[in-house]
Ligand binder design. Structure first.
Ligand SMILES: Cc1ncc(COP(=O)(O)O)c(C=O)c1O
Length: 353
């Protein structure tokens, strides 16, 4: 605490990201990164962008990247916004659409950055409990005053809503923005992007951190009606004109061009998720149905905190949340085959003792 802090700074309870351990040779399954490297085309494009032109500012509008994303999804360039990681895009959406408003509906068990943005932007959060299956019930998301936000698939549960269920939420809230955070959509879900032309209140946010293996580059995007995107641009250009550097823009374009690699690695993650789920079930874990690159699981006997501590001691890091209803769950990111085999071997050692 310092006398120089503003009243707002004093009240903030910042988001705490999952551990990025400094030790090598750990099996790191705690922050839902992609276990596979970026596409070789992406690495080549980024290496080529490291040249004398770095003395010049990047394109502030990232036109080439926006056009590439628009072509990929069949949208107009004016329906695409990009930013420095989807966390930044989410923050700008809060500023553009929710700031100072009452009653933003969000699931009680969800991405823990949303309540932090509520504090930062003076938004009253209204947390809606997940149902008994840890799923979002669309009927609970009617008549919001500030708006609605949820991840699809949800994090940390991995459970997904169908497009019909999302339309139900959009139709129940025609006068406010419904933000669908699709950080994990490429691992088996159907994107709400195809609803954009029918719903001017829909904003879809995505990231290149997960399915495109670029967490280290910080690239996020939003897609929606041109008026929503214009609102985001106004906020962005009042904060930082150049959120994406030259290297990031080059890499992101290549990531959308190399569709074969993208499809191959997503399929591999899905295959590994199925294997991981089966192995955990064999070891008497209950595993929620996941369409993401992680699973959410609890053991029928051992407390989650104890399992997480044992895994850490044996070089495997997973995520444990100290939150009501989910404190006995572990969120385990899908890894490579070798990483998952090591995880399962350590769990076997612990649970068969
Ligand atoms: C649901 C959800 N949304 C957004 C993000 C942020 O992703 P990034 O800022 O890396 O694009 C995450 C990161 O884990 C997430 O889980």
């Amino acid at each position: 605490m310092s006398k120089f802090w503003s009243e707002r700074t004093k009240c903030l309870q910042p988001y705490v990201p999952g551990e990025q351990p400094k030790l090598t040779n750990l099996v790191k399954l705690n922050t839902n990164e992609n276990p596979f490297p970026p596409s070789p085309m992406v690495l080549t494009a980024m290496r080529q962008a490291v040249n004398d032109e770095l003395c010049l500012y990047p394109d502030p509008n990232a036109d080439k990247l926006k056009q590439t994303i628009a072509d990929y999804y069949g949208l107009h360039k004016q329906q695409v916004f990009v930013g420095n990681g989807s966390d930044e895009v989410l923050a700008q959406a809060f500023a553009a659409f929710f700031q100072g408003k009452q009653q933003l509906l969000l699931p009680d068990i969800s991405y823990s950055f949303y309540p932090v943005y509520c504090q930062l932007y003076d938004v009253e959060a209204c947390c809606v409990p997940l149902n008994e299956n840890f799923a979002i019930d669309p009927a609970d998301y009617c008549h919001a005053r500030a708006g609605v936000i949820f991840p699809n698939p949800n994090a940390p549960t991995g459970c997904i809503l169908s497009l019909m269920q999302i339309e139900q939420i959009l139709q129940a809230n025609p006068d406010c923005v419904v933000l669908v955070d699709e950080a994990y959509i490429d691992f088996g879900g159907e994107s709400s992007v195809k609803l954009i032309d029918d719903y001017p209140n829909l904003l879809v946010v995505q990231t290149l951190s997960k399915s495109r293996s670029l967490a280290g580059m910080r690239i996020g995007l939003a897609m929606g009606h041109v008026d929503l995107i214009e609102g985001l641009e106004r906020v962005k250009n009042s904060f930082n004109s150049y959120p994406l550097d030259r290297v990031a823009q080059a890499g992101a374009v290549a990531a959308f061009m190399d569709d074969d690699y993208f499809r191959f690695t997503c399929a591999k993650v899905i295959e590994n998720r199925i294997w991981l789920t089966e192995q955990l079930q064999r070891l008497k874990f209950e595993v929620l149905p996941s369409e993401a690159n992680f699973v959410f699981a609890r053991h029928d006997r051992k407390p989650a905190a104890q399992i997480a501590a044992f895994l850490r001691l044996h070089g495997v890091v997973v995520r444990h949340f100290l939150q009501d209803r989910i404190s006995n769950f572990l969120r385990i990111s899908v890894g490579t085959e070798e990483q998952q085999q090591r995880l399962i071997a350590v769990l076997e050692e612990m649970l068969t003792q």
